[in-house]
Design a protein around this ligand. Structure first.
Ligand code: CP3
Length: 342
């Protein structure tokens, strides 16, 4: 039995006393104890591939911030890695893939499904260690990148302001794009199932670059694959977070996901009036609000909670930025934890 199961009760739409809170990227550079471990290593990849250290940094925000859930420390880029495209993380630049995908031969050389996912043994070990050390204090969230977001990195080889190469691939090499998206989908499903077997209580699918597309492209290249993923995951709740996809909310809310993640561009009251009060939502405070005064943080947080009314998991609209004052992050968490629904 999980002691603090507020997140799970909220997802089941039970009546709860307040919204649960956790923060995307809560395990990371905002915490001095994360920076200490990180600086003792050769790099990010070493941290991700060392299970006892990944477990340690997963639990740090539970201890330090008192959040209502842990999220396993890892990265979405482990999927391309297990399919045959290793990544690096370059300091101050971000992800980098020495090899990328540009042809049919590149795609057919990729491994897929369970055979590929099973290689990520270090993630499953990290989950097992985390579950033991967490000792059921809070639920543990597992995650994956969505097919489109992972395709972006596999085609571009790095981050981009436009992802025009990846988008161009959808237009120019439509058939190949679908082949790659299907291979990714099969691998993501196998990976999430292995994460669930290792012990995660909830999973979140991050479609971080959804906002690069439009309604038609999202409907063609994303929704059918997200649907396969959501339909395949039956044993734990699924959170679908498509950042920037305001244009596809109708399609996303029709997926059978248990929770819809919303970025800060979605107005809570407008969302409720369009999609009803029964949908469980996660979000969506602007991460930059945490640079402001404590008074303002409280006012924004209270407004958000009141506008969503219920069935709400408090989170930011995207990951917390590394230079956010830790004191403000703690203030937000404490504020939400003392809140009581009327
Ligand atoms: O606390 C958590 O949320 C769990 C850990 C987590 C990380 N990455 C750790 C990380 C999660 C859930 C991710 C997902 C991820 N990774 C996404 C989807 C979420 C999002 O932000 O949209 C994406 C797009 C990536 C790809 C990625 N990994 C980028 C763009 C970067 C560089 C960004 C940066 O801030 O430097 C990474 C590296 C990364 N992943 C860091 C962390 C804590 C920074 C690593 C470091 O330098 O120590």
């Amino acid at each position: 039995m999980i002691q603090n199961d507020l997140l799970l009760r909220t997802i089941r739409k039970e009546k709860v006393e307040r919204p649960p809170i956790w923060l995307m990227r809560q395990a990371g550079r905002i915490l001095p104890e994360y920076r200490a471990i990180r600086s003792s290593l050769s790099g990010f990849v070493e941290l991700v591939t060392t299970p006892h250290l990944a477990a340690e940094v997963t639990i740090q925000p539970v201890d330090r911030l008192g959040v209502d859930a842990a999220i396993i420390f890892s990265d979405i880029l482990v999927i391309p890695e297990c399919m045959g495209l290793p990544y690096e993380l370059i300091e101050k630049k971000g992800p980098y893939f020495p090899r990328t995908i540009s042809s049919a031969a590149d795609i057919s050389a990729l491994e897929q499904g369970e055979v590929a996912a099973e290689k990520l043994d270090y993630v499953f070990k990290a989950i097992e260690i985390t579950k033991k050390s967490l000792n059921d204090r809070v639920p543990l969230i597992g995650f994956s990148g969505a097919p489109w977001t992972l395709l972006c990195y596999m085609i571009e080889g790095q981050g981009s302001k436009t992802f025009s190469k990846a988008k161009g691939f959808l237009y120019k090499e439509t058939k190949l794009a679908h082949q790659l998206l299907q291979k990714l989908t099969d691998t993501i499903i196998a990976y999430l199932k292995l994460k669930i077997k290792a012990g995660v209580d909830v999973v979140q699918v991050f479609d971080s670059w959804a906002g690069m597309l439009d309604k038609q492209l999202y409907r063609t290249f994303c929704i059918p694959y997200l649907k396969q993923i959501v339909d395949a995951i039956q044993d734990v709740p699924v959170i679908a977070f498509s950042k920037g996809a305001f244009f596809s909310l109708e399609d996303i809310t029709e997926l059978d996901a248990d929770v819809i993640g919303l970025d800060w561009t979605i107005d809570p009251s407008e969302f409720r009036s369009r999609f009803g009060k029964e949908c469980v939502v996660q979000g969506n405070l602007d991460p930059c609000a945490l640079y402001g005064s404590k008074h303002n943080i409280e006012a924004k947080a209270e407004n958000l909670i009141k506008s969503f009314e219920a069935h709400h998991i408090f989170n930011l609209g995207h990951g917390v930025y590394p230079d956010t004052p830790l004191d403000n992050v703690k203030h937000l968490v404490n504020f939400v934890k003392q809140y009581k629904y009327q």
